[in-house]
Design a protein around this ligand. Sequence first.
Ligand code: ADP
Length: 417
Amino acid sequence: MREQPKVLVVDDEESVVVTIKAILQLDGYNVATTTSGAQARAMVRDTEYDLVLTDLRLEDGDGLDVLKAVRESYPETVTIMLTGYASLESAIQALRAGAYDYLVKPSEVEELRSTVARGIERRRLGQELRQRVAELADLNASLQQRIDDATAELKERYEQLKELDRMKSQFLSIASHELKTPITAMSGFLQVALRRVGRLSEGEVAAPVAEGLRGITEQLEVVYRQTGKLARLVDELLDVSRIQTGRIEFRYGDVDLSELAHEVATRMQLTTTAHEISVRRDSENVVTADRDHLEQVLNNLVTNAIKYSPSGGAITIDVRPDDGGVRLSVTDQGIGIPAEELESIFGLFYRSPDRAARDAAGMGLGLYISKEIVVRHGGRIWAESGGAKGSTLNVVIPRVPIGATKPDVAQASAARR
Ligand code: ADP
């Protein structure tokens, strides 16, 4: 049960305080009274009342002083001023001084009860409001604490990830360099061995020996081809490592993309009989770019076009001018790329979860490397696909590399002269 509200009644007429006390007690208030202003001031300093009802004119002082004492000690206490007809102005003064309301004496019982009840209600609401505000402040503080904790945790995770990322780059760099050396040696020795075996079989040898040499040649060729694949994979890893450590370097010069496309198409056609690779070009399409790196991009795109159209079909390389640059589009009739993967395929190590795509070997590096090369030329690369009808990979290279530093380009044009 809620505590009885504490009310103090101050009036120098004993009969008035007694009457008011009786009325308010009936309404369930805990009523204290005094006829002295000085005592009233002492009482409101000692005790926190919910409501103080005070006469304006007291024999030994002023009701306004009682009001002031209340405000100084317990500013939340509600005060009501009692006043005679003649001093309406003083009542207004009391209101200005912070009284909640006033009653003109002699007041109706009902009016007294309802004014006091309203005052008490107002006090209760004020207290509730303050409690809510305090709760909100607490909540705010605990939220802030949680935000701070979460931020600290995120920071720590970020640092850990940064460290992991640094270690990954370091690993990539060391691993690819370390792998490169033995592979180069293996492929060199294999070439020598193949040549030697070739020469041996050209000489006068007995039939069973010739048969044996043929077998050895075939096996060596398989190993040589596999070593070549391994070397390309390691080269991709090296490229990623260079890109990530900012050590990729471009040598700019004039590159005719129509001619480059033709060259790549001719070379790649030698690797497949199931596909027909053609180039559509209307004219020369020259840009200032790094020829070797653009060749690598085109190689990647055509290799993918072959890899991801296992039933064969036409592969077209379109070369045409495009808004301040040249656009290369490689179109195949293969398995296509699902709409939701059109952007993610350019991510590092991205491989499609699709079964058909998984059948082809790869590490998911080709398009990542291609994108880096194109973007560093100030160009764009994007994929289009109509589902199972095949895909088109587009590249736009600006005539002059937008991202390149001036000395690079100056060097390129000096080299042209
Ligand atoms: P990889 O071929 O080694 O997986 P890429 O970076 O070259 O890596 O390609 C990433 C993914 O994009 C491939 O795994 C494949 O799912 C998809 N993709 C690329 N080119 C094509 C294409 N022409 N047709 C269909 N899917 C393709």
